[in-house]
Design a protein around this ligand. Structure first.
Ligand SMILES: Nc1ncnc2c1ncn2[C@@H]1O[C@H](COP(=O)(O)OP(=O)(O)OP(=O)(O)O)[C@@H](O)[C@H]1O
Ligand SMILES: [Mg+2]
Length: 222
């Protein structure tokens, strides 16, 4: 479904991805862990083709969606307009636009933020922005959802909400790759966790096979 083959990438003289090989199965939720600067965001950006690899390849036979670390919502657009911007781009067919609006409203309702539909991002809390960003990525019906730090800046309760939201999206068959510093969150959400260090894979594990997966992963941060 998603194959990353011998992926390497440098910025100047720094090798940020160093011969990374990963196969992600359909519907798998893959967590990406690793210290700051280890290459997690760069790997996600290369999968989404926001950056280009120096060598190696990324093959994906499904549409990918990207949820950014800092949400990157359009501040001058309402929540609804944020959701409709990409799917309506270049569409002259009003039926199609009407259908997108219906889907956007249903999506916001599902995510518990229907009441914010006509608000601007500036008036939303971090958790609400996170939900809008998630809804906006899902509007493109991605087969693979790439999430960069989906819980950064969120409190414990909101993080738990994001866990259940992402789990319910996972249950619909969407494959996910999620980069996060929060090992507790990653072990809760992921089927499998890959840990990067200086652009190399140093661990590839299943949380359920470890008695204390967080402690196991923490060893690699030392
Ligand atoms: N556009 C860029 N130009 C130059 N260097 C970059 C660029 N993007 C990333 N880097 C460098 O690449 C390395 C990996 O960055 P990356 O953002 O992928 O790390 P990360 O694992 O996501 O870190 P964090 O956990 O802090 O988000 C860092 O040393 C960073 O400074
Ligand atoms: Mg990052």
């Amino acid at each position: 479904m998603l194959k990353i083959h011998n992926a390497s990438k440098s910025f100047g003289s720094t090798r940020v991805l160093d011969d990374v090989n990963i196969n992600v199965a359909k519907s798998e939720i893959l967590g990406l862990a690793g210290p700051s600067g280890s290459g997690k965001s760069t790997l996600l950006r290369c999968i989404q083709k926001l950056e280009h690899l120096d060598s190696g390849s990324v093959e994906c036979n499904e549409k990918t969606g990207f949820m950014f670390q800092d949400f990157q919502l359009f501040p001058h657009m309402t929540v609804l307009a944020n959701l409709l911007y990409a799917p309506n781009l270049g569409k002259k067919n009003t039926n199609c636009c009407k259908n997108n609006e219906k889907r956007a409203k249903a999506m916001l309702k599902n995510l518990g933020i229907a009441s914010k539909i006509h608000e601007y991002p500036g008036s939303l809390s971090g958790g609400q922005k996170q939900r809008v960003a998630l809804a906006r990525s899902l509007m493109m019906n991605p087969g693979v959802l790439l999430c960069d730090e989906p819980t950064s800046g969120l409190d414990v309760a909101t993080t738990m909400d994001v866990v259940s939201l992402l789990k319910s999206i996972g249950e619909t068959g969407v494959t996910m790759v999620i980069a996060s510093h929060d090992l507790d969150f990653l072990t809760k959400i992921s089927d499998r966790i890959i840990l990067l260090r200086e652009g190399k894979i140093v661990a590839d594990m299943k949380a359920k096979n470890h008695k204390n997966p967080v402690d196991y992963l923490k060893k690699y941060y030392a």
